[in-house]
Design a protein around this ligand. Structure first.
Ligand SMILES: [Zn+2]
Length: 246
């Protein structure tokens, strides 16, 4: 004899086991996600640092050429200075030389400060790279752990899900809806009456109601205290019940 109460009991039994299996993963999946996020952030830092370094290198390469050119111009002007015919020309060249030297000195200073920047950025890049590699290794280890667990569970989860599907297909839709609605608040959506109490909240159930529930197994009764579905106290809830119903 199978009633809606039987199906609810079987469904609750299956869901409890499925919940236990998920519980075995603990915070591993969340941890993996967290590390994955961190990995992406670190990659962004690596790319940003690398592009700053590229810019500095480009600047330094161009500056080196400019410094040589400035030096050459200065030498040319110095040679010209020996051939001037008057003081006015001499002074004009002197000013030009002075301005070239100033430019040379400014550029040299900028190169030095960029050099320090480059050194610091290289150190940072190295740190980010190490962090990235560490995270990568940690994620791989976590995945192995998760996959191993999933592998162990695979067969059982498949069986349970199949059983659940069959049980659900035999249930009245409003019972199933109610069960799933309550499950949003309580993992144990349907609970058995034991020792005259709801085993969800341990509130006493009046004896007249206990009898009523026992005699009307195709009706839905909720605990007046916690709102969980009540399962009659005379049902044997175990694997055999599930097998009988399938
Ligand atoms: Zn209750």
């Amino acid at each position: 004899m199978s009633s809606q109460n039987h199906y609810l009991a079987a469904l609750a039994f299956i869901d409890q086991r499925l919940d236990e299996l998920i519980e075995e993963f603990g915070d591993l999946p969340e941890l993996e996600k967290e590390k994955q996020r961190e990995l992406i952030n670190t990659k962004v830092l690596i790319d940003e640092t690398q592009s700053l370094l590229d810019e500095i290198k480009k600047f330094v390469a161009a500056a080196k050429i400019t410094l040589i050119e400035l030096k050459e111009k200065e030498e040319k002007l110095t040679a010209q200075q020996f051939m001037v015919r008057n003081n006015k020309e001499f002074d004009a060249i002197s000013r030009e030389i002075e301005s070239l030297r100033q430019e040379h000195s400014n550029l040299s200073n900028k190169m030095r400060s960029e050099g320090i920047k480059e050194e610091n950025l290289t150190k940072l890049l190295d740190e980010y790279q190490k962090k990235y590699d560490t995270l990568n290794a940690e994620i791989k280890a976590l995945r192995v752990e998760i996959e191993e667990l999933a592998g162990e569970q695979k067969e059982e989860v498949r069986t349970l899900k199949k059983q659940k599907e069959i049980i659900e297909s035999k249930m009245k839709i409003q019972f199933l809806k109610e069960y799933n609605r309550i499950r949003k608040n309580h993992n144990d959506s349907a609970v058995q009456i034991k020792r005259s109490s709801c085993t969800g909240c341990y509130n006493a159930v009046p004896s007249q109601r206990i009898v009523e529930i026992r005699n009307n197994k195709d009706l839905l009764y909720l605990c007046e205290n916690c709102g969980r579905i009540l399962i009659a106290d005379d049902l044997e809830i175990n694997e055999d019940l599930v097998k009988q119903l399938i």
